[in-house]
Design a protein around this ligand. Structure first.
Ligand code: E4P
Length: 217
């Protein structure tokens, strides 16, 4: 299972990278704005900075909502660095643009996916990644994890190569549940990733080992 961090915060990206388990980064316009990164030139520079920090795929989202705009923006983003994955919204022109980029060998991430049907279309269009937003489904009392299961079943039925990128991961249990359900990738905040480290028995056990070591020295 690949681990992506879902942030535009360079310090958090560095911290996750230093753990040695990071496979990539996802961003979106809201995450950029949260870090105060606004304006085309600043956003482009920020993508470049993120690519320098990590080895893996970095999703960069287009702002256009029509095919021509998405192609223009996506081509410019993809030219920044081979690590860039063009992130496209799950709308009609987004699917057309996904087909365009996949036929040119440019990596894509179809975002804002909330149904199995949308995920099926993204796979048919040759998406590299499909991003079902599990946390946002949970927010409206719909089982986000069930969507991961449905997509896994459909993709396995037909051998689709599109990778399921569980997005809108909010906490540590989401990561574990996505791993159980066979999600190829998860993207979440640093806090959810670091939550995997924690167990009280580990802390108690380590304290006891250190205490007993001191007794013998
Ligand atoms: C995915 O790529 C999105 O950036 C993200 O996971 C959205 O998560 P949110 O619902 O916590 O905003």
């Amino acid at each position: 299972m690949k681990f992506f961090i879902d942030t535009a915060n360079l310090e958090q990206i560095k911290e996750a990278q230093a753990l040695g388990i990071l496979d990539g980064v996802t961003t979106n316009p809201s995450l950029m704005a949260k870090e105060g990164i606004t304006g085309e030139a600043n956003i482009i520079n920020h993508y470049k900075a993120i690519c320098e920090l990590v080895d893996g795929d970095v999703s960069a989202e287009v702002i256009s909502t029509n095919f021509d705009g998405m192609v223009k923006e996506g081509e410019a983003l993809a030219a920044l660095n081979p690590q860039i994955v063009v992130k496209l919204p799950m709308i009609k022109d987004g699917i057309k643009a996904c087909k365009y980029f996949s036929s040119k060998g440019i990596k894509t991430n179809v975002t804002l996916v909330f149904s199995a049907g949308q995920a099926l279309l993204a796979a048919k269009a040759g998406a590299t990644y499909v991003s079902p937003f599990i946390g946002r489904l949970d927010d409206i009392s719909t089982d986000g994890l069930n969507l991961i299961s449905e997509i896994r079943l459909i993709y396995d039925n037909y051998g689709f190569q599109t990778q399921i990128l569980a997005a809108s991961v909010r906490h540590t249990m989401h990561i574990i549940d996505c791993a159980k359900l066979g999600s190829d990738v998860m993207t979440g905040p640093l806090s959810a990733i670091e939550g995997l480290l924690k167990h009280p028995l580990t802390d108690i056990g380590l304290a006891k080992f250190l205490e007993d070591y001191k007794k013998g020295n």
